[in-house]
Structures are given as structure tokens and as C-alpha cells.
Design a protein around this ligand. Structure first.
Ligand code: ATP
Length: 581
């Protein structure tokens, strides 16, 4: 079953339900229905063969016919049980398999989203796509669509059997079901509105809790505990009100479905008794009819609940489709891979809306460029654009002469070693973190990087050394320690282009010296965003950015001279700042 949507990475429709499983569910439904018909026939025959006179039997019990009917009864019971069990298992499996595909499609879509897109999305809403929304869709597919279809087959078979027993019984039950279905459809209005409001509130609450988890020290440090508690309490109350409203509507549905379950029994009893009184039907047919009506209670209830699942899933379905249709870059679109060269970076009118004005410049392979400028001048954006994490809104970026918009993204990402406050450490050991981009690094390479980045000093302070376990973002380490691990992570594999966004901002003097030594020795291009005069003086070229624009290019030497002269002219201004060395 296809929805017309296709995952660009796999070319498959992630909403597709496996045809084989649909066939299996339908087959199980047919088995259950046929077995139910035989079961009723067996009940009817048994009553007529060995039941008392009122059941329409002869004065003498026909034990042979009764025994045959008993065998049929047993066989049909097994068929009903088998059909029901199989239809449940296959329906559940079909739902789980569809959700598995959708989960991966959503995750691949997420992987193609740029840093800015992710920063602009609510985390609560995104989390909901992977949890509640998938759960709702699964419930609809398994319990609503597939189990509901089986139940429709069973109800049809049951109605057919009732018509066979007595057309009046069939008509009464069919009529009563139509009545309840019409009432249900009329009462279904407003359900989606309540669900939409409940989802919005749940997403807000999840985002808030997620933020609080990360920023609890801010809440505590600024003593905003009471304020945040009352905000959460308001959100919690609003969500509870939405949940109660949805529960009320669902309660109405439960009432209808319970009624649906009992109504066929009442209809068969009333119409059947009248027919028996008028001697147009025997008691065997009435009892058999009651057996059918009683069996139909569950399938009718399931069909009724399908309506509830349908409404709940429509909003989730829409949200997932919107998410999958939102802009995301394809990681592997079949275009050629980026080839590694000397690390030359060319920008031709490269711009990022709101952050970086069109920039045309070239950084030669092996050059060391320091980028400086006031806060918000666009340094981080420039580095992230070179790394491929921020998509330029116009212009071209060429790495080693290759237009990055024409190479496949997967080959481009990870080509630059990047240290940035926006790239936190991951949960896991220090070793996992430093080899994150290159899990197959050899022991010798790890040793080289650990020594080259001075990480050995940090590791000697950690009880478990390189196996020390880091929590999310490495928050169980000091900021400087985290920065040095991030450094080592960027150096692994000796990347031709190294992008460092203020990597020394939290380092002590020794660590800073180690960083400078590493910058000296790195055999490749280095682009360093910094305010540090020592680091600026080390660079081959310095780019001064102002409000997203490259306003001045200067050599490191001339910067050094300029600073030295300024220091001589006004020593008081530089007192205590360490000076230019
Ligand atoms: N996710 C974002 N979405 C939209 N605009 C952003 C985003 N991040 C940053 N900006 C804007 O882009 C501009 C450049 O920001 P950027 O972080 O590149 O500056 P920066 O020079 O690195 O600053 P700092 O020295 O404070 O790190 C700023 O005006 C900022 O408001």
C-alpha cells in the first residue's frame, strides 16, 4: 500500500505497508470468518440434533449428527483462534515495520539538515516526531487499518450467517450497526481540534523540560526556581486540560463502541423472540444468532475504535509528512566525491543571509589565516560554511578547485577538522570522542594525536584515562578539558583543512602554548577565528570582519609590528595583558 511519498535516499515510500503482510492479515481474517461461520453452523446442528424439542430437534436425539457437529465445533474453534491470533500478530508487525522505515527516513532527513535549520526548530516538536507521532501512526495502521479490516471481514461474515439463520435477524443487526455508526460520525467533530491543541501543549512542555535539563544551573544560579516552577505548572495545567478534553471525546467514543458491541445481541434477542413466538424460527436459530451477535461485539468495538485511531493519527501523519517535505540536503545524490588536495579554499561571493555578506577571497593550501572581528561579525558562520554545516544562501565555495555545491555532501562533510563551541562532545568514552570521525584510527594515530594536542596531560588527570566516560556534551569535565578533547578529535586523521573557532578561549597558559605549537606544526590549511593577539600575530594572513563583511586583510607580520608600535606608544593600555611576544 503506497502513499505516493518517496524517500530520496532509498527511493522507497516510507509510509508503505508491506503487501505480503497485508495479504497475510487478510488471509487470517478470512480464516477467522470462515471458521466463525462453521462454528455457528456446528452450534445450530448440535442444537437441532441433540437439543430438546424446543430447539427444533426430533423427539429422538441424533447422536451421530450431534457428534459430527461437535467435531466441526472443535475444528472451527481452532480456526477462529488461529485466525484471530495470526491477524493480530501480522497487523502489529506491519505497523512496526512501517514505523521502522519512517523512523529511519526521518533520521536521514534530520542528518541532511543544516546547523541553522536545526537551531530554528523546536526540540520538543522534533522529539515528538520520533516518539508520539510514530506511535500514533503505528496504532492506526496495526489496530485501526489492518485489525479494523479483519473485523470488517468478520462482521460481514457474521451478518451473512445471521441472514442465513433468519433474514430478520440479519436486517435487525445490520440496521442497529448503521444507526450507531451514523451517531458516531456525527459525534466525531472536534476530535482533531482537541488533539491538535493537546499536541501543541505537549510539544511546548517537552521543549521546556528539555531546556530546563540543560539549563538548570542557570535557573538555580539566578534563583528563578519559583518563576520556572509556576511556568511549568501553567503549561502542565494547560496540557492536562487538553488531555481531559481529548479523554472526554474519547469517552464518548468508548460509550458508542460499547453500545455497538451490545446492540447486536439486544437486536437478535428482541427480533428473534418475536420470530420464535410467531413460530417463524426455532430456538436453535435464536441461540445460534445470539452466539454470532455476541462474537461480533469485539470486531464491532475494534471498528469503532478505528475511528478514534484515525483522528489521532491524521495529525501525526501530517506532521511527519511536513517534516519529511521540509528542506534537507541529500547526503548522497550520486554526484562525484570531493577529492582531497592541498587544502585550498576559494570563496566567490559566498554569503549567508543575515550573517555573512558576499565574500570573495582565496586561502592557499597550507596557509594559516586568522579571522577576527567583534562579536557577531560572522567568524563562526564563515567557518561553519567552509565546513559545510551552514548552507550558503548565495555564491560559491571551492575546495581544492572543486565546487562544493557539485560534489556529494557525504564526501564533503568531515573533510575539515573542526573545533567549535557548536560541536559538543558526545556521550561515551574519551577514546570514542577523539576517534568519532575516524572510528578505524590505528593505535599509532591515536598516540600521535594525543601527544600532538597535549591531551596526555588531561588524560593523566582523569582516573580512567582515555576510557573515562563522558556524559552528554562532556559536561562531567571542565570546559578547558572538553576543549582539548575537541581539539584532538579535530586533529585525528591529519585533515588538510583545520577550522578552529576560538579553540583557546578556555585554555590555561600551558595548553595555549601547546595549541600554538600545534598550529605551527600543522601541515595543512588552518582557519582560526580568534581575538587573541598572540594567535593573530602567528598567522600568515589576518582577515578582519565587520558586520559580516571582510573589511581588511593584513599579514601577521604587519599586525605584529602594528601591535608592537601601539604597545610602545601607550604601554599603560597594554599593562597586564601579556603584551605581544
Ligand atoms: N542560528 C542562527 N540563525 C540566524 N542568525 C544567526 C544564527 N547564529 C548567528 N546568527 C547571526 O549571524 C551573525 C554572525 O554570527 P556569528 O556567530 O558568525 O558571529 P561571530 O563573529 O562568530 O561572533 P562571536 O565572536 O560572538 O562568536 C550574528 O549577527 C548573529 O546574530
Amino acid at each position: 500500500m503506497s502513499s505516493g511519498f518517496s524517500d530520496p535516499s532509498t527511493g522507497k515510500d516510507p509510509f508503505r505497508i508491506s503487501r505480503a503482510l497485508i495479504a497475510a492479515v487478510v488471509a487470517a481474517g478470512v480464516l477467522q470468518s470462515v471458521a466463525l461461520v462453521f462454528f455457528v453452523v456446528a452450534v445450530h446442528q448440535m442444537l437441532r440434533a441433540v437439543g430438546p424439542d424446543q430447539f427444533g430437534s426430533q423427539a429422538q436425539a441424533d447422536w451421530t449428527a450431534g457428534t459430527n457437529a461437535a467435531w466441526l465445533l472443535l475444528a472451527s474453534m481452532a480456526g477462529v483462534a488461529l485466525g484471530r491470533g495470526a491477524s493480530f500478530a501480522f497487523s502489529e508487525r506491519a505497523g512496526y515495520e512501517m514505523v521502522r522505515e519512517l523512523r529511519m527516513s526521518q533520521y536521514r532527513h534530520l542528518q541532511g539538515m543544516s546547523q541553522r535549520q536545526l537551531q530554528h526548530r523546536s526540540r520538543g516538536g522534533l522529539l515528538l516526531r520520533f516518539t508520539g507521532d510514530l506511535g500514533m501512526l503505528r496504532t492506526w495502521v496495526s489496530r485501526g487499518l489492518l485489525e479494523g479490516s479483519v473485523c470488517v471481514i468478520v462482521v460481514c461474515a457474521g451478518l451473512g450467517t445471521l441472514f442465513w439463520l433468519d433474514p430478520h435477524l440479519g436486517t435487525a443487526v445490520a440496521g442497529s450497526l448503521c444507526l450507531v455508526a451514523a451517531a458516531g460520525l456525527a459525534g466525531g467533530h472536534g476530535m482533531r481540534k482537541s488533539i491538535r491543541s493537546m499536541r501543541r501543549r505537549r510539544s511546548l512542555l517537552t521543549s521546556n523540560i528539555d531546556e530546563q535539563l540543560q539549563a538548570m544551573p542557570v535557573v538555580q544560579g539566578f534563583d528563578r526556581l519559583a518563576g520556572e516552577e509556576s511556568r511549568l505548572s501553567r503549561q502542565n495545567d494547560a496540557m492536562t486540560r487538553s488531555l481531559v478534553s481529548v479523554a472526554n471525546r474519547r469517552g464518548f467514543w468508548r460509550m458508542l463502541t460499547a453500545l455497538c458491541g451490545l446492540l447486536p445481541v439486544a437486536a437478535v434477542l428482541c427480533v428473534g423472540l418475536v420470530q420464535v413466538r410467531n413460530q417463524q424460527m426455532d430456538l436453535a436459530a435464536l441461540v445460534s444468532g445470539l452466539v454470532v451477535a455476541q462474537y461480533l461485539a469485539r470486531p464491532v468495538r475494534v471498528i469503532g475504535q478505528g475511528h478514534d485511531h484515525w483522528h489521532r493519527s491524521r495529525i501525526s501523519d501530517g506532521k511527519i509528512r511536513d517534516f519529511l517535505a521540509s528542506s534537507s540536503r541529500r547526503l548522497d545524490d550520486g554526484s562525484p566525491s570531493l577529492l582531497v588536495g592541498a587544502g585550498e579554499i576559494q570563496m566567490r561571493g559566498l554569503a549567508v543571509e543575515g550573517s555573512l555578506k558576499p565574500l570573495t577571497a582565496t586561502i592557499a593550501g597550507g596557509q594559516f589565516v586568522a579571522v577576527t572581528g567583534a562579536n557577531g561579525s560572522g567568524k563562526s558562520t564563515l567557518l561553519a560554511a567552509i565546513a559545510g554545516l551552514v548552507a550558503p544562501t548565495s555564491g560559491l565555495l571551492l575546495l581544492d578547485g572543486q565546487d562544493t555545491s557539485e560534489v556529494n555532501l557525504r564526501s564533503r562533510l568531515g573533510r575539515c577538522g573542526f573545533v567549535s563551541p557548536d560541536l559538543p562532545l558526545m556521550r561515551g568514552s574519551v577514546l570514542r570522542n577523539i576517534t568519532y570521525g575516524r572510528p578505524l584510527s590505528t593505535g599509532a594515530e591515536i598516540h600521535r594525536v594525543v601527544l600532538g594536542s597535549g591531551l596526555d596531560e588531561v588524560l593523566s588527570d582523569l582516573e580512567n584515562g582515555i576510557d573515562t566516560w563522558l556524559t552528554e556534551g562532556g559536561r562531567n569535565l571542565s570546559v578547558g578539558q572538553r576543549q582539548r578533547i575537541a581539539w584532538a578529535r579535530a586533529l585525528m586523521g591529519n585533515p588538510k583543512i583545520l577550522l578552529l573557532d576560538e579553540p583557546g578561549s578556555m585554555l590555561d597558559r600551558r595548553a595555549r602554548d601547546a595549541l600554538h605549537g600545534m598550529l605551527h606544526h600543522h601541515a595543512g590549511t588552518v582557519v582560526l577565528a580568534t581575538h587573541d593577539p598572540d594567535e593573530l600575530a602567528m598567522a600568515d594572513v589576518i582577515w578582519h570582519l565587520e558586520r559580516g563583511q571582510l573589511v581588511r586583510v593584513q599579514s601577521g607580520e604587519s599586525y605584529h609590528e602594528e601591535s608592537w608600535l601601539a604597545q610602545q606608544a601607550d604601554p599603560a593600555r597594554f599593562a597586564g595583558m601579556g603584551g605581544i611576544r
